[in-house]
Every structure is written in structure tokens, then in C-alpha cells.
Write a protein that binds this ligand. Sequence first.
Ligand SMILES: N=c1c2ncn([C@@H]3O[C@H](COP(=O)(O)OP(=O)(O)OP(=O)(O)O)[C@@H](O)[C@H]3O)c2ncn1[C@@H]1O[C@H](COP(=O)(O)O)[C@@H](O)[C@H]1O
Length: 109
Amino acid sequence: MVSKIGNALDGLTKRIEARRGDDPSTSYTAKLLSEGKARCAKKMGEEAVETALAGALGDKEELAAESADLLYHLAVLLEANGISFDEVAAELEKRAGTSGIAEKASRER
Ligand SMILES: N=c1c2ncn([C@@H]3O[C@H](COP(=O)(O)OP(=O)(O)OP(=O)(O)O)[C@@H](O)[C@H]3O)c2ncn1[C@@H]1O[C@H](COP(=O)(O)O)[C@@H](O)[C@H]1O
């Protein structure tokens, strides 16, 4: 069964892909993509900081809203770089059997 977040990211990705080349005056996504990778990366960084602040303050509603903004801007940044969430998912799957502590220790050897 596909998870809610999987469905949401799938739909979001399709809407973002469809916006490429659209009129930047009617699509925020088209505007961001037309401005290039660095601009997309800057927006993602801003949203990451806002998400982190909401998490640090423990504001659950704000954290959920900022997380949605962050995922949108990450999806745009991936699209700007020609990378799909499938590739991110594959990377997560590869790590599934390895503890973060063990992975860190293997790098420090
Ligand atoms: N999920 C989102 C989404 N989340 C956040 N945002 C926009 O991201 C921006 C957040 O940045 P800020 O808060 O810094 O706002 P801002 O000051 O207007 O941003 P800048 O002027 O600095 O670019 C806002 O303009 C939000 O509207 C989004 N814009 C679009 N989507 C999705 O993308 C689809 C296509 O949208 P359009 O491309 O606009 O048609 C939509 O159907 C949605 O599914």
C-alpha cells in the first residue's frame, strides 16, 4: 500500500514537472525553475531554517506547515537538478539496515 506521504509527494512531483516552462507570472514553480538551481537552493535553505526554528520552538502546527513548504522546495530543487524522489527513496532504502551510529563509526575507522 502506498503511504499518504508517498501519494502526496507523487502528486506534488507531477504538478511540479508539469509547470516547467509555464508562464512564470501564473506559476510560482515555473518562476523558481526559470530562475535556476541557485535560486531554488536558496529558497530550500530558507525553508529548512524556518522548519528547524518551528521544531526548536515546539510549535506543532507551524512545524507541519513549514515541513510542507520544505518538501515543496526540496521537490523543486530536485526537479531543477533532474533528480526524482525515487532516487532519494532508493538511497533511504540502501540505508535501512544500517544504524546511523554504525555508519558514523565506519567512517571514523
Ligand atoms: N506546495 C506548494 C507550495 N508550498 C509553498 N509554496 C510557495 O512557496 C513560497 C514560499 O516562500 P516564501 O514564504 O518565502 O514566500 P515569498 O516571499 O512569496 O517567496 P519569494 O518571493 O522569496 O520567492 C510561497 O509563495 C508559497 O505560495 C508553494 N507553491 C506551490 N506548491 C505546489 O505547487 C503546485 C504548483 O504551484 P504553481 O507553480 O504556483 O502553479 C501547487 O498546486 C502546489 O501543489
